[in-house]
Design a protein around this ligand. Structure first.
Ligand SMILES: [Ca+2]
Length: 117
């Protein structure tokens, strides 16, 4: 899964939560030149990606949140992303605009959020 986030100063870390529990830290700093078209003041490398191991979760709906912390310690939790896990059928499962690792389709990214100033 992936998205982007930027701050008025600097993003310190992007974390992924599943059902309100910290799952891990996303890889932040990927190039997202497309965002600059909408937000010219955004820096270039504001993308993030995270590979979520769906086998850690039971089948059914789960809530994914992205938690962004800036270098001043300010925290923002982005809006809920509902995903549906279905490990039993042996295929990767998609949430809205979300790409799981191992899925046959090319990566897509969702618009995570703009950062509140
Ligand atoms: Ca800030």
């Amino acid at each position: 899964m992936g998205g982007w986030a930027f701050d008025d100063a600097k993003v310190a870390k992007v974390e992924i939560l599943v059902d309100s529990v910290l799952e891990g830290t996303a890889n932040y700093g990927l190039p997202r030149p497309d965002v600059a078209g909408t937000y010219p003041h955004a820096s270039a490398n504001i993308g993030f990606s995270y590979s979520l191991d769906s086998t850690k979760f039971g089948d059914g709906p789960h809530i994914v949140n992205t938690r962004v912390t800036d270098n001043s310690g300010n925290v923002a939790v982005l809006s809920d992303l509902i995903i549906t896990v279905s490990n039993s059928v042996g295929t990767s499962v998609w949430g809205p605009n979300t790409t799981w690792h191992g899925a046959p389709q090319p990566r897509r990214s969702r618009r995570a959020s703009t950062w509140p100033k």
